[in-house]
Design a protein around this ligand. Structure first.
Ligand SMILES: [Zn+2]
Length: 434
C-alpha cells in the first residue's frame, strides 16, 4: 500500500488537479490516510471503467438520502418507480408478506458475545424416539422382511426366526389347551353323574381341582408364548416373529438369513431421527462454565463441511468417568432432514456467554452480493433499502454487526432473501450498456 500511495502521490503532484469523483471507497480511504499533505488534494485514482461510462457506483456506497432523491428516466423518483426502484437498492414489500409470515422485521439486539467451547462427540439416536428390538429367544434367522429405511407400523413383522424355544413353547401351549379340554369334559361328566346320585362328592372335588390346574397350566403356557411373541396360533412350526414395537423407520437391522439370532443382541432399531443426541466429553475443569444448562450449542460434522447444526445442551451426566476425568454432555439437535446420522463423529461448540456485549442480528438477516454484506433496512411505508454492514463473530444463529448499523434501525430479519432475489433479478434483467 505504501508503494501505491507513493505512486499516487507522484501522479497527483506531477499532473496537477485530479478528478475526485468515482473513486472506489476502499482506495479513497487508504490514499487519504497516506497521501494527504500540503502538496496534493486528498484523492486520486481514475476508475478504469470510467471512460466506458458504466462505472455506476453501487447503491451500497451512496448515502440513503441520495438514493431516495434520485430520479429515473420515467421522470419520477427512482424508488417510487416499479421498473427502476431496484437500481437504487430499494424494494417494496407489501404488508401481506409480513402478515403472511414470510417476512419479519426486528431491531439489531445487544447481546453478550458467545464464546465457543469446542468439544468432540458422537451423534446417537435420541433414545426417546427409538426402540431397540432383540429376539425374545435364541434361534436362527429364517427370513428378513424389511430393509433399513423402510417405514413400518407397530406390530409389523421385521424378521422371522426359527427357534427351538418357540417350538417348545408352541407345543406346551397346544398340550395345555388339550389338557384343559379333557379336564373340562371330565368335570362336566362328574357333575352329571353326581346329579344322578351315582358319584361321590370326592370325585367331583377331584375333577374341579384338575380343571383348575389345567387352567393355570394353560395360563402359564400362554404367558410363555406371549413372551416369545407367539400368538395362540403362531409358532406351531417354531417360527418367532420379531415385530416393530413402535411406528417409525427401520434405522438399523442386523439380521441375515441362516445366521444365529441372540437374545442379548439388538437385531433392529425402529423409530425416527427427527432429533438426534450428540454426546460429547467435557473436562472436569470446564464443568463450572456450563452450569446451569441449558446452553445453546452448534454441531459440526465432516459429512456437511461448513454447515452448523444448532442444538441445546440439555443434559450433563451426574457422574465423572474415573479414568478419563471427563463428563458426558448431551446436545439435543433438531434433524428434520435426517442429515445427521447415528455414529457420525462431531465437533460440538457449546456457546458460553462472554463478558462483552455486541450488536447482533439473526444470520438470515445478513445477505451477500459480490462479496459484500448487506441488510434490508426499513425506510418508510413499504420501502426497504439495502445497506452495507460489516460482520464480526458468529455463533448459533447470530452474527455480530461491527459496522453499518447503530441498533436503532428496523431490519428485515426473516425472509430477507426474498427481497434480495427481487433486487438481483432486476439488476441482471437491466443488463449492461455494452
Ligand atoms: Zn423508472
Amino acid at each position: 500500500m505504501l508503494l501505491l500511495a507513493a505512486l499516487l502521490l507522484a501522479a497527483g503532484c506531477d499532473r496537477g488537479p485530479v478528478k475526485a469523483d468515482k473513486v472506489p471507497a476502499a482506495a479513497a480511504a487508504d490514499t487519504t490516510a497516506a497521501v494527504v499533505d500540503d502538496c496534493c488534494p486528498p484523492v486520486v485514482a481514475a476508475d478504469p471503467h470510467e471512460e466506458h461510462g458504466e462505472a455506476e457506483a453501487s447503491d451500497l456506497d451512496q448515502p440513503v438520502a441520495a438514493l431516495f432523491e434520485a430520479s429515473c428516466e420515467h421522470d419520477m423518483k427512482t424508488f417510487a418507480c416499479d421498473e427502476c426502484r431496484y437500481e437504487v437498492g430499494v424494494t417494496k414489500a407489501a404488508a401481506d408478506l409480513f402478515t403472511g409470515g414470510l417476512l419479519h422485521t426486528a431491531q439489531p439486539m445487544r447481546e453478550p458475545v458467545r464464546v465457543p467451547l469446542a468439544l468432540t462427540g458422537e451423534v446417537r439416536f435420541d433414545e426417546r424416539r427409538v426402540a431397540h428390538l432383540s429376539p425374545p429367544a435364541e434361534g436362527l434367522v429364517r427370513r428378513v422382511l424389511v430393509a433399513v429405511g423402510d417405514r413400518v407400523r407397530r406390530g409389523d413383522v421385521l424378521v422371522e426366526i426359527d427357534s427351538g424355544d418357540a417350538s417348545e413353547a408352541a407345543a406346551a401351549l397346544r398340550e395345555a389347551q388339550a389338557r384343559l379340554a379333557v379336564a373340562e369334559q371330565a368335570h362336566t361328566r362328574a357333575g352329571s353323574l353326581r346329579e344322578q346320585g351315582i358319584n361321590a362328592t370326592k370325585d367331583m372335588d377331584l375333577a374341579t381341582q384338575e380343571l383348575e390346574s389345567a387352567r393355570i397350566r394353560l395360563e402359564e403356557a400362554r404367558a410363555r408364548a406371549t413372551r416369545l411373541g407367539l400368538g395362540d396360533r403362531d409358532g406351531a412350526n417354531g417360527v418367532l416373529r420379531l415385530r416393530a414395537s413402535v411406528d417409525g423407520t427401520v434405522l438399523s437391522l442386523h439380521a441375515v438369513g441362516g445366521e444365529p439370532a441372540h437374545t442379548e443382541e439388538v437385531m433392529a432399531t425402529v423409530g425416527d431421527i427427527a432429533t438426534v443426541w450428540v454426546w460429547a466429553d467435557l473436562y472436569e475443569r470446564d464443568l463450572a462454565k456450563l452450569l446451569p444448562a441449558p446452553l445453546p450449542a452448534e454441531v459440526l460434522v465432516r459429512a456437511w463441511p461448513g454447515q452448523t447444526f444448532a442444538g441445546t445442551v440439555d443434559f450433563i451426566s451426574p457422574s465423572i468417568d474415573e479414568t478419563s476425568r471427563t463428563v458426558k454432555l448431551r446436545v439435543s439437535v433438531p434433524n428434520p432432514d435426517g442429515r445427521l446420522l447415528a455414529g457420525m463423529f462431531a465437533t460440538v461448540h457449546v456457546l458460553l456467554p462472554g463478558d462483552e456485549n455486541a450488536l447482533v442480528l439473526p444470520r438470515d438477516a445478513v445477505l451477500e452480493d459480490e462479496g459484500r454484506s448487506f441488510v434490508f433496512l426499513h425506510h418508510h411505508d413499504a420501502f426497504y433499502v439495502r445497506r452495507p454492514v460489516t460482520t464480526g463473530r458468529a455463533w448459533g444463529d447470530r452474527v455480530e454487526i461491527t459496522g453499518g448499523l447503530t441498533g436503532d434501525e428496523t431490519i428485515v430479519a426473516e425472509g430477507a432473501f426474498l427481497l434480495k432475489s427481487d433486487v438481483l433479478r432486476s439488476k441482471m434483467g437491466a443488463g449492461c450498456a455494452d
